[in-house]
Design a protein around this ligand. Structure first.
Ligand SMILES: [Zn+2]
Length: 207
């Protein structure tokens, strides 16, 4: 799955510049952890009920080779920039490869339900805060789930073709550099056919 994800993400986001990508089972507390050229997966993810989530984790970590590895960002100050992108990219992969029904179920489970729980429990926070500003149980749903919903909404706002061209351009321009949220949003605007101001304001982004 990592090899297939690597092929697909190269088509979308541009070449992976290394000769290898190592996927390694490790005694890890997290589900997975990304490093350039290396993905570490928690041993506990390989068995039992958790193993159902392993493919998702693999694709999320492969996507980090672009969003974090090639395009750097400040992971503490703007965690959404790599995490929401890695998470949404994982879903893009399943949207392409899994059936429509399975992709929809994943979308609900990974994105919509955690984001809905935040609203139900009145713990909703914007997607773009620094890590330290999220209570521990809010960080995941706000950044990984709601962040991915933001990217999905952005895609719908821009159209599929413009959205993918934008991500490709973002990967090209910021390859081996560090991007900021404002870079990401300005480039999205450059690829969009109409002003995104009202849309971004709805998501809490202010200029
Ligand atoms: Zn991640």
């Amino acid at each position: 799955m990592a090899a297939d994800g690597l092929r697909q993400f190269q088509q979308w986001f541009g070449p992976y510049p290394y000769r290898e990508l190592d996927v390694v089972e490790t005694p890890l507390l997290a589900a997975g952890m990304e490093y350039p050229g290396l993905i570490s997966l928690g041993r506990h993810m390989y068995t039992g009920e958790r193993s159902r989530r392993l493919p998702w984790v693999v694709l999320h970590e492969v996507a980090h080779q672009w969003w974090f590895g090639l395009v750097g960002s400040d992971q503490l100050r703007e965690p959404w920039l790599d995490e929401a992108l890695a998470n949404y990219s994982a879903w893009l992969y399943f949207e392409r490869t899994a059936g429509e029904e399975e992709a929809s179920a994943l979308f609900r489970e990974a994105f919509e339900e955690p984001a809905q729980r935040l609203r139900d429990e009145e713990k909703d926070l914007p997607i773009f805060l620094p890590v330290a500003d999220y209570p521990r149980d809010i960080y995941g749903p706000a950044v990984y789930a709601k962040g991915a919903l933001f990217l999905h909404a952005l895609r719908q706002e821009m159209g599929d073709e413009a959205f993918l061209a934008f991500l490709r351009d973002y990967a090209d321009r910021f390859r081996y550099r560090a991007a900021e949220g404002t870079d990401f949003l300005a480039l999205a605007q450059a690829h969009a056919r109409h002003p995104l101001d009202a849309f971004l304001a709805d998501w809490g982004f202010v200029k």
